[in-house]
Design a protein around this ligand. Structure first.
Ligand code: ATP
Length: 718
């Protein structure tokens, strides 16, 4: 073969995974040298796990070497102006690395747009590759294709822009022999036209058609030569036999790992994998630098291609989102469902509560318990002569007031029976009126000094089931109100001042909020803040982890899409969704359920929107730091509960220890919930510290999570 300039040169490449002191430590490339001339097909062979994919990912700039050098098309991958990653390379990874919601056509158009191809040219290439690779019909979704069909679409996506360098990681797995043959023929045509192809395959036989083969084992190339030369030098009929001989030879030199160059008899530098990590040497650049883009080309590349990439990623995200019914339902319907669920279920007074009532007073009357139903019953009779009153069956009035307040009586004969009914779970409480209730109560209110037994008889005894905190509190507060209404009525009937028997504590008009403030008004701000935070967090982490695990992110990056571009598009789309969610929630809460707000609704909307963006950034953080859906699920669930528990909507911060309160105040729901409540209940403005503190916490969380994401993306490529 005539000497050609090199398209790819790898020199003394070393790479390991894990840390030397850990069990997962794995040296993968050990002083590997490799040269791929321009316009050839280079077949990279080796057993599973020998490092082929690792080597290819270093060539396309997705992983970096621990030491050694890689030059691709005259530049170093990842350096500005090298064009790699970017449109000069076509990369088909081992995984399908396509969005499942893409149609066959979308998959090719996505990469075409990234490379800035015009739609006419894209259509031509799509038609050509469809017929060459027998692609399924263009409207079928990638996720519904068979493994072989997906692989062909993936190959077509790598070929769509006619790159100078094609890197194909096992493109022919699972394809029928006729199609494999056709693909190899096509690659030969491309190579004749000047394209360089690096291909890995498990079918050793098909690499006969390659111009050069590299046999990789234990992190080194055992041989690198044309198929004919390899067969001749090893005196074999098949490449498999040649590979076997080489492997055996290497095995017999356990402590002398060798790089065999043109002649298998020559043992080159003997190196140990350990040496890889001792020093980093400088190498002379062996390729010409004329391939590196000029400054003018660079700036054109930046401006023109960036627009195309944004367009491609934008269309991809819309397709992904709109074709994923779960995502749509989750993002659009969930805020509605959650707000409806909250306002329908939380904060309403319990209804239809029954109490076991022992009315000994009524039972001792001639009519028995029916006396309370007697319409001519007069529990208070005024005696004009001495301006006094007679009381009779006041318990009936008490029970009437009870029914008005939604507590219904079920009569029992004795206290024991009534308490037993509570023990058996039928009621939340039992009441008892003594036989002399009315006269004892009158004596208690009229006379200053009465015997203990009279005082006792004037009490209504109440036994409550305290196991249900909310119901217990409700019944207690209702009984206070019932007593208040009952005494007012009695005093009025007796011609006395209504408030005479009231508790001598008067609650004046509240400074903030309403006298009859509802629990749901207190909780609503916190609930809205948590909903708007967690929906984008979950959607973002799921979409991003999906893209990353399926290899879409990595493949897009090799095509030239920058992390910043991916993030910006996601931020723009999610911002639109968060805006919609904010509008939905506010319309439902304020207009639909009449949630009162004294302050500016615009300030409420702004805070909710910013919380949504903050949740989205939290989702980014999870997607970048969590290696799987399961991990991100654990973190979301694990962080959700503490944030809710500590934010003050379930229990006031004043009930926490000082240290815990400080932690709670730094969490993303605590101060923002209070800010939202202060806007609504107190009419506070953004200028009030209690409001802008919530905004500041939201912004701080947004900035810190974004910074952590960018740091991770900057320092860790994959
Ligand atoms: N991210 C990683 N972390 C730790 N080890 C890894 C990682 N990626 C690959 N490895 C390990 O490095 C070795 C080389 O992997 P690589 O994927 O490069 O092999 P390969 O030759 O492409 O294998 P195959 O032909 O089966 O695809 C394997 O033992 C693999 O388990």
């Amino acid at each position: 073969m005539a000497a050609r300039p090199a398209a790819v040169v790898v020199e003394r490449a070393c790479k390991h995974y894990g840390r030397p002191d850990k069990p997962d430590y794995k040296p993968v490339l050990a002083h590997l040298n490799m040269t791929v001339e321009r316009g050839i097909i280079y077949g990279l062979l080796g057993p599973s796990g020998c490092g082929k994919t690792t080597l290819l990912s270093c060539i396309v700039g997705r992983r970096s070497l621990d030491s050694g050098n890689v030059w691709v098309l005259g530049g170093r991958p990842g350096e500005k102006g090298s064009g790699v990653p970017g449109p000069r390379v076509g990369y088909m990874p081992q995984d399908i690395a396509l969005v499942g919601e893409f149609t066959v056509r979308d998959a090719l158009y996505y990469f075409g747009r990234i490379y800035g191809m015009k739609s006419g040219r894209l259509k031509e290439r799509f038609d050509f590759l469809s017929s060459l690779l027998e692609l399924p019909s263009e409207g079928r979704l990638v996720k519904s294709l068979s493994g072989g069909q997906q692989r062909r679409v993936s190959l077509a996506a790598a070929l769509v822009h006619e790159p100078e360098l094609l890197i194909l990681d096992e493109p022919t797995v699972g394809l029928d022999p006729v199609l494999r043959e056709r693909i190899w023929e096509f690659l030969s045509v491309l190579a004749r036209g000047g394209t360089t192809v690096i291909i890995t395959t498990h079918y050793i036989d098909e690499t006969k058609q390659a111009h050069k083969i590299g046999l990789l084992r234990d992190g080194q190339l055992l041989a690198e030569d044309s198929p004919e030369e390899l067969l001749r030098k090893f005196d074999c009929d098949t490449l498999e036999d040649a590979f076997l001989k080489l492997a055996l030879r290497q095995h017999q030199l356990p402590r002398r790992r060798s790089t065999l160059t043109a002649s298998p008899d020559v043992i080159a530098d003997t190196v140990s994998t350990d040496e890889c990590f001792q020093s980093r040497e400088d190498f002379n650049v062996v390729t010409s630098s004329t391939d590196v883009l000029t400054a003018k080309e660079k700036s054109k590349d930046c401006r023109g291609r960036s627009k195309g990439r944004y367009k491609a990623v934008f269309i991809k995200s819309i397709q992904q989102f709109s074709r994923h019914p779960g995502g749509l339902v989750f993002s659009v319907l969930f805020p509605i469902i959650q707000i409806v669920a909250f306002f329908s279920a939380v904060g309403h007074d319990p209804r239809g509560l029954q109490l076991a009532v022992v009315n000994e007073e009524a039972a001792s009357s001639p009519l028995g318990l029916d006396i309370c139903k007697n319409s001519s019953l007069q529990p208070i009779t005024r005696i004009e002569e001495d301006d006094s009153c007679e009381q009779y069956m006041l318990s009936c009035w008490f029970l009437e007031e009870m029914e008005k307040k939604g507590l219904y009586q079920i009569p029992y004969n004795t206290s024991e029976e009534a308490k037993h009914a509570v023990t058996s779970g039928r009621f939340y409480g039992a009441l008892r009126f003594h036989t002399n209730f009315s006269s004892s109560l009158a004596a208690r209110l009229r006379e200053g000094d009465i015997p203990d037994d009279v005082l006792e008889q004037s009490n209504v005894n109440v036994w409550l089931d305290h196991s249900n905190h909310q119901i217990r509190n409700f019944i207690k507060s209702q009984l206070y109100k019932i007593y208040s209404a009952f005494t007012k009525r009695s005093m009025k009937a007796c011609g006395r001042h209504e408030d005479l028997a009231q508790m001598p504590v008067r609650f004046e008009e509240p400074i903030y909020g309403k006298m009859e403030a509802q629990m749901m008004w207190f909780m609503a701000p916190g609930i809205m803040i948590t909903i708007i935070f967690f929906l984008p967090a979950v959607v973002t982490s799921t979409l991003m982890i999906g893209d990353r695990l399926e290899g879409v992110w990595e493949r897009s990056a090799v095509a030239g899409v920058k992390p910043k571009e991916m993030l910006n598009v996601h931020i723009a789309l999610q911002a639109a969704v968060i805006l919609l969610q904010t509008a939905e929630m506010m319309a439902l809460a304020f207009a639909g359920y009449g949630l009162p707000s004294k302050g500016s609704l615009a300030a409420c909307a702004l805070l909710l929107f910013l919380q949504g963006l903050c949740g989205m950034c939290y989702g980014f953080l999870l997607s970048i730091y969590c290696s799987s859906y399961t991990m991100s699920f654990f973190v979301v669930t694990g962080s959700f509960y503490p944030m809710i528990l500590l934010c003050g909507i379930l229990w006031p911060l004043e009930g926490m220890s000082a240290g815990l309160r400080i932690v709670a105040l730094t969490l993303p729901f605590t101060l923002p919930s209070k800010s939202l409540r202060d806007i609504m209940e107190r009419g506070a403005t953004i200028a009030d510290p209690s409001v802008y503190h919530g905004f500041l916490v939201t912004l701080a969380w947004t900035v810190v999570t974004l910074a952590l994401c960018f740091l991770r993306l900057k320092f860790k490529k994959t």
